[in-house]
Design a protein around this ligand. Structure first.
Ligand code: FEO
Length: 393
């Protein structure tokens, strides 16, 4: 249990040892499942619960505070890392009502089998009084599920935005005490969770812009007591602005594609284009996702396996398609032995990317002079396109 302000407590769980989320996303710095308790002069509200693996920690924290009655459990989001302990909390505090929006109510019934009569539903902008403290509910759709909402604590100017502005980062300090160390976990979180909904992120930033916010208390990672830092970062990441960068995920089996990648990276650097190269059999996909947040161009490197793309290159294309980065250009480089449909296959796997495809470079065998010349041509094309959109002087 940690104190946010008088009568406002962080009662969730720090998960130092978590290393994988959704059996997909690496968590190099652990995470936290934040829940907050607000003691009003008349009523007590618990904002969210925790992942079911940490129910014991939440219940212990509530006991430590001597909480023998909870009036409201505010459920911002149906995903189980925040709702998973709800059945246990309701079992311990049977008088509590679950306050949420109609869409989230349906999800909680589907996912956790909560009884219908436990719920009180609220509309966007509705308020709930705890006596001397007022909760205002703000729908925040698609950050990152359709039912997600936040709570604004009016008197204390604290925004509880659920996953929005969160970070997978375990810290003993309840507040951000070093912005530099939070920037990367927050960007990783944005890239993996929020980037596919960049337009909705912008709409929700706009929606929140009228609020006076002293503190942002998200449902993962430390609490922001200098909220401008994370709001400005979100504005940057979700904007349409791209950087003079090429992201180059690649895999090579016998060295031909690796030789092409090495030459191409050098060609880009000679043209003053920043490059982020990722070898796909060892990559941390969170690092790759972060690089995709800003880059103007994505180039995938793949050998040909059984006529098609290497499965790891296909995975990168599938992931990029799902994350919907704001890249403007894409291409493919790689090699083949006797025949290949790799280029068509990879290009067809990225329909969500609103990119212009630059002429790919496909080489038979190990690259030779004409192959290197083709890679120089692609580097020239990338430079010309980056100049065309005004990100290179
Ligand atoms: Fe942290 Fe979407 O749950």
């Amino acid at each position: 249990m940690r104190i946010i302000k008088t009568s406002i407590f962080s009662v969730g769980a720090i998960d130092w040892d978590a290393r994988l989320f959704d059996r997909l996303i690496p968590l190099p710095d652990g995470t936290s499942y934040n829940a907050y308790l607000i003691k009003g002069s008349e009523k007590i509200a618990l904002l969210d619960t925790v992942d079911p693996t940490k129910t014991r920690v939440l219940l212990h924290n509530l006991s430590t505070l001597g909480i023998d009655k909870i009036d409201y459990v505010i459920a911002h989001h149906g995903e189980q890392d925040h709702s998973g302990s709800l059945p246990d909390v309701l079992a311990k505090y049977p008088m509590a009502k679950v306050v949420t929006n109609p869409k989230c109510k349906g999800m909680l019934i589907d996912l956790l089998d909560i009884e219908d009569d436990k719920f009180v539903t609220v509309e966007d902008g509705e308020t709930l009084s705890l006596g001397n403290k007022t909760l205002q509910f703000i729908y925040l759709p698609w950050v990152h599920w359709p039912e997600t909402m936040g709570t604004y604590l009016v008197e204390d100017k604290i925004l509880f935005p659920c996953d929005f502005f969160g970070s997978h980062l375990a810290t003993s300090s309840v507040f951000v005490d070093d912005e530099a160390s939070v920037y990367e976990p927050a960007k990783r979180y944005f890239a993996e969770i929020m980037m596919p909904f960049r337009k909705q992120v912008n709409s929700n930033l706009e929606k929140l812009s009228g609020l006076e916010i002293d503190i942002i208390a998200p449902s993962h990672g430390p609490v922001h007591n200098q909220p401008k830092f994370i709001i400005d970062a979100y504005k940057d990441w979700s904007s349409d602005t791209v950087k003079n960068e090429v992201v180059l995920p690649y895999v090579s089996m016998h060295g031909s594609t690796a030789a092409m990648v090495e030459y191409f990276v050098d060609a880009l650097i000679k043209r003053n284009i920043a490059v982020r190269q990722f070898e796909l059999s060892t990559v941390d996909i969170g690092k790759l996702a972060m690089a995709l947040v800003d880059a103007a161009t994505v180039v995938i490197g793949s050998p040909t396996v059984l006529i098609g793309a290497h499965p790891l290159a296909a995975y990168a294309a599938f992931l990029a398609n799902a994350l919907r980065p704001k890249a403007r250009f894409a291409s493919i480089i790689g090699s083949y032995g006797w025949g290949s449909k790799m280029v068509e296959q990879l290009a067809g796997m990225m329909p969500n990317l609103k990119v212009e495809i630059l002429d790919p470079v496909l080489i038979k065998g190990f690259p030779k002079d004409d192959g290197f010349a083709a890679l120089d041509r692609l580097a020239d094309d990338v430079l010309a396109k980056h100049k065309e959109i005004g990100i290179v002087n």
